[in-house]
Design a protein around this ligand. Structure first.
Ligand SMILES: [Zn+2]
Length: 262
């Protein structure tokens, strides 16, 4: 089966921490932001001493406090569909993103670091099908931060702190949404950029939009946002009616055919 989900970000430096010992989480739902209280290299060596145990993150982004080539560098320690241990209960459904602050609290991200965070956010939305918006609960989809919810922050870290949180809300998330533009708005009929297929069980706003459209054009389907066996069966039925390959996968052609019906 063709997979379009990129497990390793193509513009990140890939830094796996040894053999995989973490549970598979499937497509993550929430992008959880952190600040390192440290440097990119130091954080990397800390993770490396304990492999996939301890408090490793999925990604880390260097800043202006790191030596020059590391300002804006994106390092990836864990693939997108396995757990990383930086946020307690959130580990089971999140991508965690550390950002270097050179062990200084209350500092803004450098321009290069902010740009990398935005690029990474855009890539993450395209992989997961989730929107660029701040989540309001652990069952949401989109962007969060470490200190946002007690279940993610049992040690009560002030992470990422008020300055970076302000930047995140006012500059980073809106810019990710702007770059995703009409091709990714949750109300859009444009192809969301990932294949909807089963297994594994996929969840997302893109699934919900496709289900709503199938229902609108007369198919019997639950609009619950989960692409499981029932959605797959509806997809096959629709593909046969449209003389498309009946593989049960909603890719660009099947999506377009569905939304061509008014
Ligand atoms: Zn944190």
């Amino acid at each position: 089966m063709i997979m379009t989900l990129e497990l390793w970000c193509p513009f990140a430096d890939h830094k796996p921490l040894g053999s995989q010992t973490q549970p598979k989480i499937g497509v993550p739902r929430i992008f959880i932001l952190h600040t390192m209280s440290g440097f990119l290299r130091g954080t990397d060596s800390m993770f490396r001493t304990s492999g996939y145990t301890g408090t490793e993150s999925t990604f880390g982004i260097g800043g202006s406090y790191d030596p020059e080539p590391l300002d804006g560098a994106i390092w990836q320690w864990q693939d997108l569909t396995h757990s990383a241990d930086a946020q307690f209960a959130g580990n089971r459904y999140s991508t965690s993103v550390e950002t270097s602050d050179g062990a200084k609290s209350g500092v803004r991200w450098s321009d290069k670091q902010a740009e990398s965070l935005i690029r990474l956010g855009v890539w993450w939305c395209k992989q997961t099908g989730h929107p660029a918006r701040l989540v309001t609960s652990p069952s949401g989809t989109g962007f969060g931060y470490h200190s946002q919810l007690p279940v993610w922050n049992e040690n009560s870290h002030n992470c990422p702190g008020p300055v970076r949180l302000g930047q995140y809300k006012a500059e980073i998330i809106p810019e990710i949404a702007r770059r995703l533009g009409g091709t990714h708005a949750t109300s859009s009929t444009a192809y969301p950029g990932r294949l909807l297929r089963y297994p594994p069980l996929l969840k997302g706003d893109d699934v919900r939009r496709w289900q709503a459209q199938m229902k609108k054009i007369g198919y019997s389907i639950d609009v619950d946002g989960y692409y499981g066996p029932k959605s797959k069966a509806v997809c096959v039925k629709f593909q046969k009616a449209e003389h498309l390959d009946a593989d049960g996968i909603v890719g660009p052609k099947t999506w377009k055919a569905a939304f061509a019906h008014r």
